[in-house]
Write a protein that binds this ligand. Structure first.
Ligand code: FES
Length: 105
């Protein structure tokens, strides 16, 4: 049963920023939008691109390799060439701590 892990502090991210974090043998990206935090795998489902190297705007991040976009709130693949969602992980904030429950495949 996965548990919530502290991956960062609220003050590590300003509004609109993202942060790459290693957790449980994988890399995940934390995003802050206002006072909301989201977490997805650092993997593009098209061909394994590194999403954290891509740019993001609003709630979407674009893979730098072929331009697939994913919704950072849900991991949903928003456009071709990706057809499969990337994993999104549950986030909660406890005081200053950003806690994430890393989901398995
Ligand atoms: S690897 Fe991400 S769009 Fe191709």
């Amino acid at each position: 049963m996965p548990e919530f892990l502290k991956l960062a502090s609220v003050s590590d991210l300003t509004d609109g920023e993202k942060l790459l974090v290693e957790a449980e043998d994988r890399f995940v990206i934390l995003f802050r939008i206002g006072n909301d935090f989201f977490c997805i795998d650092d993997v593009c489902t098209h061909d394994g691109g590194t999403l954290s190297d891509g740019s993001h705007e609003g709630c979407e991040i674009e893979c730098p390799r072929h331009g697939a976009r994913f919704d950072m709130r849900t991991g949903k693949a928003m456009c071709m060439p990706a057809t499969k969602d990337t994993l999104a992980h549950e986030v909660k904030v406890d005081g200053e701590d950003i806690l994430v429950k890393i989901k398995d495949e």
